[in-house]
Design a protein around this ligand. Sequence first.
Ligand SMILES: [Zn+2]
Length: 347
Amino acid sequence: MKTCIFCGKKPDKKTKEHVIPRWLIEMTGDPNRTTFIGKYKDTLRKFPWQNFTFPACNKCNQEFAELEGKAKLVFINLLDKKKITTEQINILLDWLDKVRIGLWLGYLMLDKVIGFKPNFHIKQRLGVSDRMVSIHYLNDSELGIGYSCTEFPAFKISPSCFILTINNISLFNFSMEFALSRRMGFPFPEKKLVVPNETMVRIDEFKKGNERIMNPIIRKPILKDSIRLYQSIQKPVSGIIPIEYLGKYYNDYMDNNVSHIYCENDFTKEYGFLEDILDIGKPVETKRSLTLKKLTIQTLEYQIFCLSELQPSFELLDKKEISLRNKFYRKQIQINQSYIKKIKQKR
Ligand SMILES: [Zn+2]
């Protein structure tokens, strides 16, 4: 059955959603050009960008058209190195959630992964988890769209990070529930658990945050000469954050359980919570091939990090199931590791 990429229901009046939106296709070159979107059973999949669409209901499509319109303005400013507001950063992060999950669902549909039923769609995963983006400027004037690291099995299990390149900026985007909250000083769960017969992860035993930023916010390094923007979102799918943990710090830096944007800007040396404007400054522009190579290695390492250290615990499952899952994860991790080795060997 075809389902709406946004809500997962059977579409009422069927429309089509461009995972890579039309405005972006137009902004990055000839809108009628074709592209290769990875391999399927060893055949290259060739598509006109315009036809890279998936089913959506009319209502959902309308709802998301507004986000697209706003995202377009954000990219115009970013490409021009103009200031953007914190509200626009929120839009950028929402939009990246949308594209990341859209690509994940899109490829699962294209690959016709048998028996796989995604337990969420775009709507359920947009703006609900901790997230970050890093922005890297490239030193050429090439046009085009590119995304990568979405084809790895690790991404199919946990669609938490990818790279998106638009003309001469590359974005690294990472999102996972409560992956930033502790080191951003906010309450965080001591436990994330996979529960037998439950599709959602159980989040439990909240701890009080220590109410200050711990640097680095993520222990895994992120490529410098960039602007890095972090946001914690405290909307647990299960469990409740005890009210006594929501003190002054929480009130100062959280609005409706969504944190202010914490910024690390290597170009202006601004490090801290943003008031309301992000000044891009004068970006250090780096070489495309080298930057993308480094970002790809970084993203594959983050995917490993997600499947190992950030993964919910299997401790409630029976022994046989635990060993099966661990074995399966190890296999996916090895795929990333061997690819990293291959990239490093290439000159
Ligand atoms: Zn829908």
